[in-house]
Design a protein around this ligand. Structure first.
Ligand SMILES: CCCCCCC/C=C/C(=O)SCCNC(=O)CCNC(=O)[C@H](O)C(C)(C)COP(=O)(O)OP(=O)(O)OC[C@H]1O[C@@H](n2cnc3c(N)ncnc32)[C@H](O)[C@@H]1OP(=O)(O)O
Length: 346
C-alpha cells in the first residue's frame, strides 16, 4: 500500500492538486508520514492528512473544480501572449518587443532626445498594461539613441489656443497621474536600462523601478526649480528614502546633476557599466534573470513593494495637484518660452 500510494504522488506535481487527487482516489490519508527531509512528500502528506474524513466524492468534485479552474486561468493568460499584443498594438513613439522572457519598451523619439510628449505618455501606459499581462518574466524600459530621455516634452502645451490651455493642462496632468500610477502598480520586475542622460520625469520615475542599470555616459538631472515646476513621479517620497533628505533636496530643489557613479553611490542606480560594453553586459545579465520562475519573481516583488503602494498613490495624487496649480505659472511658461527661443538649455 505504501508503494502504491507513493507511486501516485508525482514529485513534480503541485502539492494542492495532488492532495485532492489522493483524497479523491484513496479516501482518508492512509500512508505513513514521510521523513522530515522528504519535503515534497511530507508537505503533501500533511495537507492530505488535514482533510481528515472528507467523503471521497466531495474530494473528487473539489479535484475536478480545481483542475477546471487551472485550465480556464491558463486559457485566459494565453490570450495575453506578447505575439498577440504586438499584432494588436501599434506604437508611434515606442518600439516594444518581447523575447527571451523580456518585454522591452524602448522610447523612440531619438531626434527629440526621447522627450515624453502626450502621445508617449499614453503609449507607455498601454505598453505597461500589455506587459503586465503578457507571458514575459521581466519588463525593461530604455531609450533609443544617445539619450535615455530628456523628460517631459516642453512643447506639450504649445500650439494650444489661450481658451483651451487650462483644460489641456488639466487633462494632461490627469494623464501624467495615470502614467505614474502604472509604474506604482506594475506587478513584474521593472528594470530601467539607462543608456544615456536622463532628465526630469525620466529621472524621478527611477525611484519606482526595481533595478536601474546605467551606462557611465548617463547623467541624472531634475531641473524643476528653473522650469517653475515641482517634483513628480513620487520622487518627493522615494528620493529622500533612497538617498536621504539632504541629497534629495540638492537634486529635486536645487537641480544638482548627478553622474552615473554619483547616482549609484546615492542608491538611485543599481550598477554602472562602461558605455563600450553596456548593452552586451546588461542584456546578458537580464536574459539570465528572465529565466527565473516568473511567478516567484512577481510574488517577491509584491512582498517587497506592496506595503508602500497606498502611500505612493497618495504621494502621486498630492504631487499632481501641486503641479495643477503651477504648470501654467509665469515661471513655468517663461521657462518654456526661453527653451523654445533657444535661449535656455540645461
Ligand atoms: C504634460 C503635463 C506636464 C507635466 C509636467 C511634469 C513635470 C516636468 C517634468 C520634466 O520632465 S521637467 C524636464 C523637462 N526637460 C527639459 O527641460 C530638457 C530640455 N532640453 C534641453 O535642455 C536640451 O534639449 C538637452 C536635453 C540638454 C539636449 O541638448 P542638445 O544640444 O544635445 O540637443 P538639442 O538640439 O537641444 O535637442 C535636439 C532636439 O530635441 C528637442 N528636445 C530635447 N529635449 C526636449 C524636451 N524636453 N522637450 C521638447 N523638445 C526637446 C530640441 O528642441 C531639439 O529639437 P529641434 O530643434 O532639433 O527640433
Amino acid at each position: 500500500m505504501k508503494e502504491r500510494a507513493r507511486g501516485k504522488l508525482r514529485p513534480s506535481s503541485v502539492p494542492c492538486d495532488s492532495v485532492w487527487e489522493g483524497k479523491a482516489t484513496e479516501g482518508p490519508c492512509n500512508m505513513p508520514k514521510p521523513g522530515i527531509y522528504d519535503l515534497i512528500r511530507k508537505a503533501k502528506w500533511e495537507a492530505w492528512n488535514t482533510l481528515g474524513n472528507l467523503p471521497k466524492e466531495t474530494a473528487r468534485q473539489n479535484y475536478v473544480d480545481l483542475v477546471s479552474s487551472l485550465c480556464s486561468s491558463s486559457e485566459s493568460s494565453s490570450q495575453g501572449k506578447p505575439g498577440a499584443d504586438r499584432e494588436q498594438l501599434r506604437y508611434e513613439t515606442l518600439v516594444v518587443t518581447s523575447e527571451d522572457g523580456i518585454t522591452k519598451i524602448m522610447l523612440n523619439r531619438p531626434s527629440k532626445k526621447n522627450a515624453v510628449n502626450l502621445q508617449m505618455y499614453q503609449e507607455i501606459v498601454l505598453a505597461l498594461k500589455a506587459a503586465s499581462q503578457d507571458d514575459s518574466t521581466i519588463t525593461v524600459l530604455t531609450g533609443n539613441g544617445d539619450y535615455y530621455s530628456s523628460g517631459n516634452d516642453l512643447t506639450n502645451f504649445t500650439n494650444t489656443s489661450p481658451g483651451e490651455i487650462q483644460e489641456k493642462a488639466k487633462n494632461s496632468l490627469i494623464l501624467v497621474r495615470e502614467f505614474v500610477g502604472c509604474f506604482i502598480d506594475f506587478p513584474k520586475p521593472l528594470i530601467a536600462v539607462v543608456n544615456g542622460p536622463a532628465v526630469g520625469i525620466a529621472v524621478t520615475l527611477l525611484g519606482l523601478f526595481d533595478i536601474v542599470y546605467a551606462s557611465d555616459r548617463a547623467t541624472f538631472h531634475t531641473p524643476f526649480s528653473r522650469l517653475g515646476l515641482h517634483p513628480e513621479g513620487c520622487s518627493s517620497y522615494t528620493f529622500p528614502k533612497i538617498m536621504g533628505p539632504t541629497k534629495a533636496t540638492e537634486m529635486l530643489i536645487f537641480g544638482k546633476k548627478l553622474t552615473a557613479e554619483e547616482a549609484c553611490a546615492q542608491g538611485l542606480v543599481t550598477e554602472v557599466f562602461p558605455d563600450r560594453t553596456f548593452q552586451k553586459e546588461v542584456w546578458t545579465r537580464l536574459k539570465a534573470y528572465a529565466k527565473l520562475p516568473s511567478n516567484v519573481l512577481r510574488i517577491s516583488k509584491q512582498v517587497i513593494r506592496n506595503r508602500e503602494k497606498e502611500k505612493l498613490h497618495s504621494v502621486n495624487v498630492e504631487e499632481n495637484s501641486v503641479l495643477q496649480g503651477t504648470v501654467l505659472s509665469d515661471e513655468a511658461v517663461n521657462a518654456v518660452m526661453n527653451f523654445l527661443s533657444k535661449r535656455a538649455k540645461l
